[in-house]
Design a protein around this ligand. Structure first.
Ligand SMILES: Cc1ncc(COP(=O)(O)O)c(C=O)c1O
Length: 390
């Protein structure tokens, strides 16, 4: 990109007849235009160009197009976090008096947004079991405008009946939004099932190195995307160019990382199943999983990289287990190159009371592992050693 010379930056950017191969980081907050008329043309969409980074910048756009390619879209928008994506999606498209119906096992902060924040703005919310289409049918109201689900729920790894829910949405003129963070486009592409919106926390598997916080939203409907874009610009959900650049670099190895992490997760799930200290293991493609037939049909044999399991239902054992674990970070995230283990009761779902957590199947002894790229035998050995301490 050629920069015009100014008094304070007299040298501009050096010219080069040969092109850069790697994407440069472009942190400029503002872009100089040729004239007021030229600026008008940019804002009217007659000329392509950037003006102010909150309204868009090259690193975000490069990343958005790459994720679009994976999701089979062309309209994606990158914002400052997964939650910024979910908030912009709902607040940009719904209005006072509308109702949004969510899967009962959405990510904890999404649940909180729907329970605590949206109602303050007059957007009604309720929840239904995404594995049971009848539960969704009974929750539909006259003013239901959107259904929001995750394909595989966090942290209990239940598989949503996305096909059934998409058909239900079509029949009732309801928009379907899918958070594809857990499953990723390597496993399922929600637009192929009729989703109207796909969102991601890029922070997780797509970026993959726990060093960026970003989100993505896409829709096949340009008008809706325009509304979401405008809302995200107004609330200032600007993604940092540096984060976008890091995420682009991470995304280059996403498919390789996903494949390896998934293989490791399969090994870990099988090993945990045999351990007498473990009451229950949840992994979508394991024969004991409650949604095994949906998993086979929708996830096409992919169990993904997350394994959840339960030890005894008490905090003392939970603390002992984690204090004795070596080589695995106890950290409430997922999708890092390294394996992490989280305790939803004290992190993502901490704001729910004990009974509400129990209803979701999250006891004090419930753990979720985001499996990374290590030698799977070392992972199994580390968890087995820590289990011996309880
Ligand atoms: C499924 C899912 N969606 C959305 C989010 C929010 O993403 P972020 O942390 O980038 O805001 C998370 C975070 O853990 C998540 O797990």
């Amino acid at each position: 990109m050629k920069m015009k010379r100014t008094i304070i930056r007299p040298n501009g950017v050096p010219n080069s007849i040969s092109e850069q191969v790697a994407t440069p980081i472009m942190p400029s907050v503002v872009y100089a235009s040729q004239s007021p008329n030229a600026l008008d043309e940019q804002y009217e969409g007659k000329q392509k160009g950037y003006t102010y980074a909150r309204e868009g910048h090259p690193n975000a756009e490069i990343l958005a197009r790459l994720i679009d390619n994976l999701e089979g879209s062309s309209t994606g928008l990158v914002v400052s976090s997964g939650m910024a994506a979910i908030s912009s999606l709902i607040m940009g498209t719904l209005s006072l008096g509308d109702h949004v119906l969510g899967g009962s096992q959405l990510y904890g902060r999404t649940l909180r947004l729907m329970r605590e924040d949206l109602p303050r703005f007059g957007i009604q919310t309720s929840f239904a079991d995404p594995t049971n289409i009848d539960s969704f049918k009974t929750e539909i109201r006259k003013n239901t405008k959107m259904i929001l689900i995750e394909c595989v729920s966090n942290p209990t790894l239940r598989v949503a009946d996305i096909e059934g829910i998409a058909n239900l949405c079509k029949r009732n003129n309801i928009l379907l939004a899918v958070d594809n963070t857990f499953t990723t486009p390597a496993c399922i592409k929600p637009f192929e099932y009729g989703a109207d919106f796909v969102v991601h926390s890029i922070t997780k598997l797509l970026s993959g190195h726990s060093d960026t916080t970003l989100g993505y939203i896409s829709s096949k409907d340009q008008n809706k995307m325009e509304a979401i874009y405008n809302f995200s610009v107004s609330i200032g959900a600007t993604p940092s160019p540096f984060d976008c650049w890091l995420a682009e670099r991470g995304l280059a190895t996403f498919e390789l990382r996903f494949e390896k992490a998934q293989k490791n997760a399969e090994v870990l799930a099988e090993a945990l199943k045999k351990n007498s200290k473990i009451k229950k293991v949840l992994y979508p493609t394991m024969s004991e999983h409650p949604d095994i037939s949906l998993a086979k049909q929708l996830l096409k044999g992919n169990g993904c990289n997350m394994v959840s399991f339960e030890i005894g239902d008490n905090r003392i054992d939970a603390n002992k287990f984690i204090e004795n674990i070596e080589g695995i970070a106890f950290a409430p995230t997922l999708g890092d190159i390294g394996t992490t283990i989280s305790h939803p009761g004290s992190s993502s779902h901490r704001y729910l009371n004990l009974n509400a957590r129990k209803e979701l199947g999250i006891s004090e002894g419930f753990f979720r592992v985001s499996v990374g790229l290590e030698d799977p035998n070392e992972l199994v050995a580390s968890i087995e050693r820590a289990l011996k301490a309880i």
